[in-house]
Write a protein that binds this ligand. Sequence first.
Ligand SMILES: *[C@@H]1O[C@H](CO)[C@@H](O)[C@H](O)[C@H]1NC(C)=O
Ligand SMILES: *[C@@H]1O[C@H](CO)[C@@H](O)[C@H](O)[C@H]1NC(C)=O
Length: 463
Amino acid sequence: MKILFFPITILVSLIFASNVQARWKPTQGMTWNYILGVNPKDFDLESETAQVLGIGYTNTAETVKKYHNAGKKVICYLSVGTIADYDPDRKDYEAVTGLVKTRYEQWPSERWVDFRKEGIKPLIIKRMKTAVSIGCDGIEPDNLGGYSHNEVKSWSNPITKEDTIEYAKWLSKTAHDLNIAIGLKNVLGIIESVGSYFDFAINESCTVWNECHRYKNFMSTGKAVFGVTYGDVSSWKSSLCKNLEGVPISMIVKKSVNLYQERTIFDVGYYCGTKTTTKKTTTTKTTKTTKTTKTKTSSSTSLPSSYVSFKFKGILDYTTNYYLGVQELKEYAAFNIYDLNGGQSYKYRTWHLTSESSPSFMYLSTGEFGAVGKPSQYCLDLGTYKNSEGYNYLSIVNCSKAKYKFKYGSSYSKTIDVYTKDGNHYTDSSGNKLCLYYSMTPRISKCKSPDSKQNMGWSKYKM
Ligand SMILES: *[C@@H]1O[C@H](CO)[C@@H](O)[C@H](O)[C@H]1NC(C)=O
Ligand SMILES: *[C@@H]1O[C@H](CO)[C@@H](O)[C@H](O)[C@H]1NC(C)=O
């Protein structure tokens, strides 16, 4: 199985070499953080679990590389409808006749631009190229919504919605020609006309207006929406639960509009609970049903009531992002794990353990795309399929049938060691301790000290 890994590595390097890497397409449910207000040197990358980061396009390539190495995708902010006093290219904007217009009242350091002037195009292309050159995976073009602001309406020949649609299409084509993803920032008024041109969307405060549902059509095509709500989780919780029902926006709640690192990833499964039919039954039936409801509850008490949550990333190669996990909540006789960067971002890859210090069953999380979630009834186990050396591939089974437990870092600091149900280290017939091993298809093998050239090692991330 080790050999299996090789062709993949080679393929990946070929793709990089010939520069035909596909444009990034964020998947629904990816977690994100919006950190425009953070100086990269103050950003605590170690503790950041979000998969996507929103930063400014004037950041350095080193910063973006650091985020990439940590497995993040990067969306770079740039204004396409205003020019700020502090922008490095302000003089170039001012040199285009009629381009720089009225002040933006809410953000007085910025002025609206009349993007219908042809002269803006090379300037925007230059900004986009900067974003591409520092390695951004996507861009977030802001301030497209001038047409609905009074400072723009006051012009003698104001920008219209139709002008904005035309410009948005040009932005999308230009970004795609540069092979970078582009998101629609706010301006919901034009989403029905231009949604298909954009790879994702970013929105602030849709909860405030109870309008998150306006992303429904856009999302039904599989595209991701990254949302931010300003305030605190406890006061927004019920509104968020209502707004996000059936509209799986990747939502964060931030205390400050200054966009510091602090945020809460709003995991709907966790905060809003999943609807259970048991609940419905109790409301419609009489007291007689109480007993049945109770029995139902006790059968699901096989799930741990207290647990610690982790994800495990393979350490085999710096450029890849293999996480232990599967896509669906179901039984698997064996399963493959995928490189997150290869677009195979699978949904379920976090785990819940009842203990960090002693062997535990590993419960697959209900959370998607690295969100914490809750333990499900599916557990990691050793399957019946074996490789030629007689080592089992991993499987996913109903936890009530799981026969093996796991513990991180017993043999070596980065191995996941296998134990029997009663807590003894699992060994092969020669007495070798066994650990989780991976290539595409994870299995077990003799525990040995892991390094980036072997397949035993896993980094643990506490959630
Ligand atoms: C975000 O979307 C909502 C509708 O869902 C819209 O009302 C709101 O204006 C958008 N946010 C911004 C800052 O434009
Ligand atoms: C797992 O097994 C238990 C006990 O047999 C059963 O009650 C439960 O429904 C099963 N869960 C799933 C998801 O199949």
